[in-house]
Design a binder for this molecule. Structure first.
Ligand SMILES: Cc1ncc(COP(=O)(O)O)c(C=O)c1O
Length: 419
C-alpha cells in the first residue's frame, strides 16, 4: 500500500492555486532530492554507480540541474534534451545519449559534448564515423533480447520492438567498433517500463551480466559499464507497492558477486537511466472543477485536459485523484473526470469513486512528476501550463504558462513563398 500524499497542506495548496491560477504541475524538490540520494546510497557498494536521469520524463532544466547536483547524470534521446543537459551543467561524461533513428546532427552534438553514445543499430557505427570523423573512445550498444525476455504493456514485446541490436549483431557491433578505434565499451538494455516486479529488474541484471561474460569470451572485449535502462515502476495505485532501491540493490549485488567478481570481470560500473521512479511520485497536476454534468453518466469537467497529462488516454493508465479538502469524505459518487478537448478519450479517470464534487473544487492528480507535462501537446490550440517547484524556502516557477503569442510565434501570418 502507498499513501497518496499531497505536496503541501490543503490550506497552502488552496491559497497557492488561488494566487497562481490553475491548472499547473507542481513538483516537490525536497522529496526528489531525498529520493535521488536514497538511490545513490542504496548502490554505494557499486563503485562509480550512476543514474542518468531520463530527461524525457521531466525535461525541465531546473530539475535536471537539481539532480545533477545530487550526482546524477542525464539520459538524453534528442538534440533538445542534450541541450537541456548541457544547460543544466551536466558534464559530458555523465550524459548518456540513448536515441534511435538518430539524425546526424544529434550524433554530432553528442560527440561534441563528450557524451556516451549508445548506438541503437549496427549501421549507426558507420553513421557516427561519417558524421564525427571517427568513433568516440567510449561506445555503448543497446541490446534487444528478443525472445529471451517478455517486455510489458508499455514497452511492448522485445521481438516487436524497434529498439536495440539482436544477440548476434551485438558481438559483431563490439568487434566492428573495436576495429574502428573504440577503446572502452559499454552495454545497455531497456526491456521494461513502469515495472513494479523487482524480480524482473534483477533478471535484467542477470541477463546483462551474463552477456558481459559472453562478450569477453567470444570477442576478448572487456565491458567497463552496464546500463540497466529505466523502467523501474511507481505505485500509481494506492494498493501498489514501490520497489525498494536498497532491496533491489542487494539482489544486484549478489548477482554481481557471483557473475562478475567471481569470474574476474570486475570492475564493472553499474548504471540505470531511470526517470519515472525518480520524479514521478513527486509531481501533481492541480486543476479546478469547471463543471459537473449529469448525462447518461456523471462528469466532472476540469480546467486541465489530456494535453496536460496524456497517460490515462494513451495507455488507460491510472492516476489517483484527491479532492483537496474532501479527503475525509466518503468516495460514494462515481464520475468520469474529463478535460475540454474535442476528443472523447480526454479523460483522467473513468468510473472513479470520489466524494461529491462541486464546481470550483480543487483536484490533485497524483504521480505526474514523470512523463506528465513532458508528454503534453497542443491539439485544439491548447496552451501548455506552468510548472512550479517547492523548495525549503518557497515555491519557484520553473516554467511559465505558454501564452497565445508563444503558440502563434512559429506561424507565418504572411506566407513565405518556398518555390
Ligand atoms: C531509452 C530509455 N531510457 C530511459 C527511459 C526512462 O524510463 P522511466 O522513466 O520509465 O524510468 C526511457 C523511457 O521511455 C527510455 O526509452
Amino acid at each position: 500500500m502507498t499513501e497518496k500524499r499531497l505536496p503541501l497542506p490543503d490550506k497552502d495548496l488552496q491559497a497557492f492555486a488561488a494566487k497562481a491560477g490553475t491548472p499547473f504541475h507542481i513538483y516537490d524538490g525536497r522529496a526528489i532530492r531525498q529520493n535521488a540520494m536514497d538511490m545513490l546510497s542504496a548502490f554505494s557498494w557499486a563503485d562509480g554507480f550512476v543514474n542518468y536521469f531520463a530527461v524525457k520524463a521531466l525535461p525541465n532544466v531546473n530539475i535536471v540541474r537539481l539532480l545533477g547536483q545530487c550526482g546524477f547524470g542525464a539520459d538524453c534521446s534528442s538534440l533538445p534534451e542534450l541541450l537541456i543537459a548541457k544547460e543544466a551543467g551536466i558534464p559530458g561524461e555523465r550524459i548518456m545519449f540513448s536515441s534511435n533513428d538518430t539524425p546526424d546532427e544529434e550524433f554530432e552534438e553528442a560527440f561534441r559534448l563528450g557524451a556516451i553514445i549508445n548506438l541503437d543499430d549496427i549501421t549507426h557505427i558507420d553513421d557516427v564515423i561519417r558524421v564525427c570523423g571517427r568513433l568516440p573512445e567510449t561506445i555503448s550498444f543497446r541490446y534487444n533480447p528478443g525472445r529471451e525476455r517478455t517486455g510489458n504493456a508499455i514497452i511492448g514485446n522485445p521481438v516487436e520492438a524497434k529498439y536495440g541490436v539482436t544477440h548476434d549483431q551485438l558481438l559483431e557491433c563490439y568487434r566492428k567498433a573495436s576495429e574502428n578505434g573504440a577503446r572502452r565499451f559499454m552495454l545497455h538494455t531497456m526491456v521494461a517500463s513502469n515495472e513494479l516486479n523487482e524480480d524482473y529488474i534483477a533478471e535484467t541484471a542477470r541477463m546483462v551480466f551474463s552477456l558481459v561474460d559472453e562478450i569477453r569470451s567470444k570477442t576478448g572485449i572487456r565491458i567497463e559499464q552496464v546500463d540497466l535502462g529505466g523502467g523501474i515502476g511507481i505505485p500509481y495505485r494506492p494498493e501498489d507497492t514501490a520497489i525498494s532501491f536498497s532491496h533491489l540493490s542487494e539482489r544486484i549485488h549478489e548477482l554481481y558477486s557471483s557473475m562478475i567478481e567471481a569470474k574476474g570481470l570486475a570492475p564493472l560500473r553499474i548504471s540505470f537511466e531511470c526517470g519515472r521512479c525518480i520524479t514521478g511520485p513527486y509531481g501533481w497536476l492541480i486543476s479546478r472543477v469547471r463543471h459537473v454534468a449529469h448525462k447518461y453518466k456523471d462528469y466532472v469537467g476540469l480546467d486541465a485536459c489530456m494535453a496536460d497529462l496524456m497517460r490515462p488516454a494513451l495507455y488507460g493508465a491510472y492516476h489517483h485523484i484527491t479532492a483537496i479538502g474532501k479527503e475525509d469524505q466518503p468516495r460514494d459518487h462515481v464520475y468520469d473526470v474529463t478535460g475540454s478537448l474535442c476528443e472523447n478519450n480526454d479523460k483522467f479517470a473513468i468510473d472513479r469513486p470520489l466524494p461529491l464534487i462541486e464546481r470550483g473544487d480543487l483536484l490533485a492528480i497524483h504521480d505526474t512528476g514523470a512523463h506528465g507535462h513532458s508528454m503534453g501537446f497542443s491539439y485544439n490550440a491548447k496552451l501548455r501550463h506552468a510548472e512550479y517547484l517547492i523548495e525549503d524556502d518557497g515555491i519557484y516557477c520553473i516554467r511559465r504558462a505558454e501564452t497565445y503569442e508563444d503558440y502563434i510565434r512559429t506561424q507565418l501570418s504572411e506566407p513565405k513563398l518556398m518555390r
